[in-house]
Write a protein that binds this ligand. Structure first.
Ligand code: HEC
Ligand code: HEC
Length: 334
């Protein structure tokens, strides 16, 4: 009885105080709570607040998982199917892919390799604010950014069996990673500020890359294209020279990763990304609040690119845009 009264009185005054003195409102609420003191039957104590560290520790991702760790039954089947979709994306989902890249063409080792945009722990990092969209997006949208941009394909329906299986796999390789924690080698290590020379990059490509990716960059057998109609689109992160340099520096040549210098990686990235690749519809709407990184190879708000990547028509014109989530009521442009 006493507690209920205190609550009522507090709330009534709080509403008025909030309207008139928004900044001071908590003081008034505390004062009111004190004024209604003297109640002994204050009810059960409030649960302890969670101790949320301001900067979560860097989580060391385990590199591999034993097959026996995958649960039995329908959940295990979904996880395994999700992994199979990441490994055989163009074969499994020809309607949703544009070229010959699969998810694990870049997310190497089942998506577990540090410095190759590891997907380990990704389920604990979303929903997330993405500067490129200026919106908080769920993991399904992030997966679809890679379908539409990195694979130059189409967005999977978020509630399709295939999307749920992919999310099941991503959640499985996130087990044990605390929500909000980051993993070692997440994203791709930022590179020093260097400038690539595409003429030097051409020579390096001939010496180090054509035996697998071909002289025309279209890939050979199971090796994916690095430019041209079958490669990643201009709207992919990999189309930025610095991002591609980081990937190449740490992961290529595939059989000798780490053998190139930072400068060589920049030269190669400049050469690879100077070639035409599939367009990315709606790319001019990226970074709607401005602030695109300098190496984004297309114009966006307030960003005049130093180098413009030539674009090719998309294999599929429709489904190439992931619509941003609805803005919160009363707010716009978020
Ligand atoms: C051309 C290379 C490439 C391909 C192919 C690709 N991705 Fe990505 N993906 C990236 C890059 C680069 C990032 C961003 C890494 C960064 O800078 O944080 C990324 C990020 C992601 C993220 C968010 C990771 C995080 O830590 O926030 C998810 C999830 C993801 N990709 C899923 C997929 C899926 C699923 C596929 C297949 C449909 C796919 N990707 C195909 C390059 C690729
Ligand atoms: C021994 C063969 C081999 C060599 C040599 C090699 N790559 Fe790759 N590369 C691969 C394979 C295979 C993948 C995809 C990984 C997968 O599917 O598991 C790949 C992926 C890539 C990707 C990301 C996916 C895509 O197609 O865009 C880039 C970029 C890339 N390589 C650039 C290079 C560059 C630059 C060189 C030269 C320094 C190079 N590679 C040398 C085999 C090779």
């Amino acid at each position: 009885m006493c507690r209920a009264l205190a609550f009522d009185v507090g709330n009534y005054h709080r509403v008025r105080v909030l309207i008139r003195f928004p900044v001071l409102s908590w003081r008034f609420t505390v004062a009111l709570a004190l004024a209604t003191g003297g109640c002994r039957d204050a009810g059960p104590p409030a649960p302890p607040a969670h101790a949320v560290p301001k900067t979560p520790a860097l989580f060391t991702a385990s590199l591999a998982f034993a097959d026996s760790a995958v649960p039995d039954g329908p959940l295990g089947a979904s996880i395994r199917r999700g992994l199979a979709l990441l490994e055989h994306t163009p074969d499994s989902l020809p309607e949703y892919t544009g070229g010959n890249l699969r998810c694990t063409s870049c997310h190497l080792d089942h998506g577990l390799r540090p410095d190759a945009a590891p997907l380990t722990g990704v389920h604990a990092r979303f929903p997330k604010l993405m500067d490129r969209s200026a919106a908080v997006v769920p993991l399904e949208d992030r997966v679809n950014y890679c379908f539409t941009r990195s694979l130059a394909g189409r967005a999977l329906p978020p509630r399709s069996r295939e999307m749920v299986d992919i999310i099941a796999y991503l959640a499985f390789i996130s087990r044990g990673v605390p929500v909000g924690a980051h993993v070692a080698g997440e994203g791709m290590t930022k590179m020093p500020a260097l400038t690539g020379d595409s003429a030097r990059g051409h020579e390096l490509f001939t010496a180090n890359c054509t035996r697998c990716h071909g002289v025309d960059g279209a890939g050979i057998a199971a090796v994916p294209a690095v430019w041209g109609a079958k490669s990643y689109s201009v709207g992919a992160s990999m189309a930025r020279v610095e991002r591609a340099a980081s990937f190449v520096r740490h992961n290529m040549p595939f059989d000798k990763p780490g053998s190139l210098t930072d400068q060589q990686a920049f030269d190669l990235a400049a050469y690879v990304n100077a070639h035409a690749r599939p367009d990315s519809p709606g790319k001019e709407l990226d970074w709607p609040a401005g602030g695109a990184p300098a190496d984004v190879p297309y114009a966006t708000r307030g960003h005049a690119p130093a180098i413009v990547t030539p674009v090719l028509p998309r294999k599929r014109a429709d489904g190439g845009i992931v619509p941003p989530p609805m803005p919160a009521a009363g707010r716009s442009g978020e």
